[in-house]
Design a protein around this ligand. Structure first.
Ligand code: ATP
Ligand code: MG
Length: 493
C-alpha cells in the first residue's frame, strides 16, 4: 500500500464542496474512519470536474444513520448503503465490504447480495477498476493507493482488479462500466480485459434487470462521449444486449444526434436521455408504422400503435419510465405535425411544450440527409426568428404552396388533417392508454363511485357494498368466444 501526498497530485480540501467535507468530518468525529473514494478522487487526479463525491467508512449503514439522523436514509437490498442529504447535495456513504459469502452468488457466479462488511484492505479489492479504488482523506491530505492505481492513471489504462472474467461474471454491468470509462476518460482497456471481453461474455448482460440497464444506458447517453461509446457498444456485442431490435448500424442520423448531444453537454446545456432513445428507435418506429398502414389502419392509429409496440419491445431490455416513453412518442408525433401543419396552427405549434424537442429532432433528420422532412426543418428554423409581420407573410406563402400541393396530390392519398373545434388548438400528441392494472382500476372505481366498464358488466351479482368487483382474478377473466372451426390446432394446443 502506498500513501500518497494529495497535494502532489493537485488535490486539496479547498477544491471539495462543503457537503462531502461535512460527511467526512461528522463520521471522523464519531470515531469512524471515513474517506472519499471512486470517481471523485479519480476525476480530480485527472484534472476533470467530478460529477459527485462518494464516501466510504467502517461504520455500518445503521451507524451512519445514527450519526446523521433524519438526514440519512438507508437504501438498497443487494447493495445496502446510506444516502446522506446535506443541503441540496446527496452523498452516498458505503460501508467497507468483504468478499460476499458463497450462498449469495448465482449459478453463473453473479453476486446477488453484497452486504458483508469488512476492512479497507478487503474493500479495495471489491472495487471494479484500480483507478476507482483510491481513498482520499482530505483532512489528513493523503491518498491510500493499494494497487498502484497511480501508475494506471499515468499510463491512462483501465485495469480491473482481480481476474477480469471472474469480475465480469460477478457483475456483468462492469462490462458497461469498462466501455463507459474508457470512452469518458479516453483510457485504453488493458489487454487482459480485451482478451476475455467477447460477444459471448457480453451475453451475461441478459441476467441484469432491465431497470438497472436503463440506469446504465442513461449514464452512457449523458456522459458527453456518445460518439466514442457507440462504436464500442457495437464492437463488443453490448449493443445487442441493450437494444435487441435496433440494427447495430450507425447511420447519419444517429451519428449526428450523438455529436449534437455531446456538444450540448460540453457547453453545459441540459439533455434529455429520452431524446436519444427517440433517435435510436426512429427507424423501428417507421417500419412498424408501415406495417400497420399495410394492414389498413389510418395513419394516426398506425403511428400510435407502432409507438407503443416499439417501446414495449425496448422495455424488455431497458425499462424506459412512463414519462420518458410519453416524451418519445410525443417527439415522434410532432414529426407529422411539423411536416404538414395547418396554417392557423403554426403559431400555437411553435409554442407547444414539445415543439423544441420535436423541431430539434426534425432538423437533425434533415441535416442527416432525410428527404422525407421536405425541407420543413429549415422552414421552422427560419420561422422562429421572424418578426410578427414576417411570420404572417411566411404562413401565407406556406399556405399557397400547401394548396398547390394538395391539388397535385388530391388524386393520391389525402393529406392528413387533424380536426379540432378550435382551429388554432393542437390536438393532444399522444393519448395515454388507461392504466389497466388491478390497483389502478380499483382506485378509479373508488374515485368515480363504481362506473368502470368492468363494474358495470358485473354490477348485478359481483359487487360488494363499495362497488368493487371482488371476485377471484381468475373469475374476472373475460371469456373469449372462439369459433372452433377457425382454430388451427398445432402441436402445442
Ligand atoms: P461516476 O460517478 O463518475 O460515473 P464512479 O466511479 O464514481 O463514476 P459510481 O457508480 O458512482 O462510479 O461508483 C462509485 C465507486 O463504487 C466506483 O468508483 C467503484 O469503486 C465502486 N463501484 C461502483 N460500481 C461498481 C461495480 N459494479 N463493481 C465494483 N465496484 C463498483
Ligand atoms: Mg460516483
Amino acid at each position: 500500500m502506498h500513501t500518497l501526498r494529495a497535494s502532489k497530485y493537485g488535490l486539496s480540501i479547498k477544491k471539495l464542496p462543503p457537503s462531502i467535507i461535512e460527511v467526512i468530518d461528522a463520521l471522523s468525529k464519531a470515531g469512524y474512519e471515513a474517506y472519499i473514494v471512486g470517481g471523485g478522487v479519480r476525476d480530480l487526479m485527472l484534472g476533470l470536474n467530478p460529477k459527485d463525491f462518494d464516501a466510504v467508512t467502517n461504520a455500518t449503514p445503521a451507524q451512519v444513520k445514527s450519526v446523521f439522523g433524519r438526514r440519512c436514509r438507508i437504501i438498497g437490498r443487494r447493495f445496502e448503503l446510506a444516502h446522506v442529504y446535506i443541503g441540496r447535495d446527496l452523498i452516498e456513504v458505503a460501508t467497507f465490504r468483504a468478499p460476499p459469502k458463497k450462498e449469495v452468488t448465482s449459478a453463473q457466479g453473479m453476486i446477488l447480495r453484497d452486504n458483508n462488511w469488512g476492512t479497507i484492505e478487503q474493500d479495495f479489492a471489491r472495487r471494479d477498476f484500480s483507478i476507482n479504488a483510491m481513498y482520499y482523506q482530505p483532512r489528513k491530505g493523503i491518498i491510500l493507493d493499494f494497487c498502484n492505481a497511480i501508475a494506471d492513471i499515468k499510463s491512462k489504462t483501465l485495469r480491473l482488479l482481480g481476474d477480469p472474467a471472474k469480475r465480469f461474471e460477478e457483475d456483468p454491468v462492469r462490462m458497461l462500466r469498462t466501455l463507459r470509462f474508457s470512452a469518458k476518460l479516453n483510457f485504453k482497456i488493458s489487454d487482459d480485459i480485451l482478451s476475455i471481453f467477447t460477444v459471448d461474455m457480453a451475453m451475461l448482460l441478459r441476467d441484469i434487470s432491465p431497470h438497472r440497464l436503463y440506469d446504465e444506458s442513461q449514464k452512457l447517453f449523458t456522459m458527453g462521449q456518445l460518439q466514442r461509446i457507440l462504436p464500442l457498444l457495437i464492437d463488443f456485442g453490448v449493443w445487442k444486449q441493450l437494444f435487441a431490435d435496433i440494427q447495430p448500424i450507425l447511420n447519419n442520423f444517429i451519428v449526428l444526434a450523438a455529436k449534437n448531444t455531446d456538444q450540448r453537454i460540453q457547453v453545459g446545456k441540459t439533455i434529455n436521455p429520452a431524446f436519444f432513445y427517440a433517435v435510436l428507435l426512429w427507424e423501428n418506429f417507421l417500419e412498424r408504422t408501415q406495417f400497420y398502414l399495410n394492414k389498413g389502419l389510418v395513419p394516426a392509429e398506425a403511428r400510435a400503435q407502432a409507438g407503443l409496440d416499439v417501446l414495449k419491445r425496448q422495455c424488455t431490455r431497458t425499462v424506459i419510465p412512463r414519462f420518458a416513453e410519453t416524451f418519445i412518442r410525443e417527439v415522434w408525433e410532432m414529426q407529422t405535425r411539423l411536416l404538414n401543419p395547418k396554417p392557423q396552427q403554426i403559431e400555437s405549434l411553435s409554442s407547444h411544450a414539445r415543439f423544441r424537442a420535436g423541431f430539434d429532432f426534425l432538423l437533425l433528420r434533415e441535416k442527416s440527409g432525410d428527404q422525407d422532412t421536405e425541407g420543413m426543418g429549415h422552414w421552422w428554423d427560419v420561422y422562429q426568428n421572424l418578426s410578427i409581420d414576417e411570420k404572417e407573410a411566411a404562413i401565407s406563402k406556406y399556405n399557397r404552396q400547401r394548396v398547390k400541393k394538395r391539388r397535385r396530390t388530391s388524386s393520391e392519398a389525402p393529406l392528413e388533417t387533424v380536426t379540432t373545434a378550435d382551429p388554432q388548438a393542437i390536438e393532444p400528441l399522444v393519448v395515454e392508454k388507461e392504466n389497466t392494472s388491478r390497483r389502478a382500476r380499483r382506485s378509479k372505481a373508488r374515485r368515480t363511485g363504481m362506473t368502470t366498464a368492468t363494474n358495470v358488466r358485473t354490477a348485478d351479482s359481483n359487487q360488494n357494498s363499495t362497488g368493487i368487483d371482488d371476485r377471484h382474478p381468475i373469475l374476472k377473466r373475460k371469456r373469449v368466444q372462439r369459433d372452433l372451426a377457425q382454430v388451427v390446432f398445432g402441436p402445442t394446443q
